[in-house]
Design a binder for this molecule. Structure first.
Ligand code: GDP
Ligand code: MG
Length: 136
């Protein structure tokens, strides 16, 4: 049983030049790329993407950051792809993230933690629809 997840290389990851590294880790794991696009998010898309965090004190900062430069959006497919990519990404706080994970290897700040991966089948479906409506 295959599933799909939305992966973002956030603007810090693009700026740092680790897009290839992230794609390489996804491919090495055996996951498949279904869609991939470089784009700069409109504020409304960013707010919709992070709507579950809209009441958090860091929401404004989060939206500014994610719209602040181009990002790479991907749809990634494979068996338990959601959980598999979250494992590759590592913990949200990159200082706690295990070395060997993307965040554990490339980041230090929670607000600039390189990648996003959907956290459930519900989120994946919602986020894929938001970024790649043509795949629906
Ligand atoms: P994720 O699913 O691991 O990405 O983490 P969450 O869904 O909890 O949070 C979404 C994103 O918001 C994280 O990846 C962080 O980049 C950012 N974030 C979470 N907590 C904080 C915080 O306390 N401060 C700031 N500036 N950003 C945060
Ligand atoms: Mg999340």
């Amino acid at each position: 049983m295959s599933e799909r997840t939305l992966v973002l290389v956030k603007p810090d990851g693009v700026r740092r030049g680790v897009v290839g590294e992230v794609v390489s880790r996804i491919e090495r794991k055996g996951l498949t790329l279904v869609a991939l696009e470089l784009r700069t998010l409109a504020r409304e898309t960013a707010e919709a993407h992070y709507e579950e965090h809209s009441s958090k004190p860091f929401f404004g900062e989060l939206v500014e950051f994610i719209t602040g430069g181009p990002l790479v959006a991907m749809v990634v497919e494979g068996p338990r792809a959601i959980e598999a990519f979250r494992a590759l990404a590592g913990a949200t706080d990159p200082v706690s993230a295990t070395p060997g994970t993307i965040r554990g290897d490339f980041a230090l700040e929670i607000g600039e933690n390189i990648v996003h991966g959907s956290d459930s089948t519900y989120s994946a479906e919602r986020e894929i629809k938001l970024f790649f409506p043509e795949l629906g």
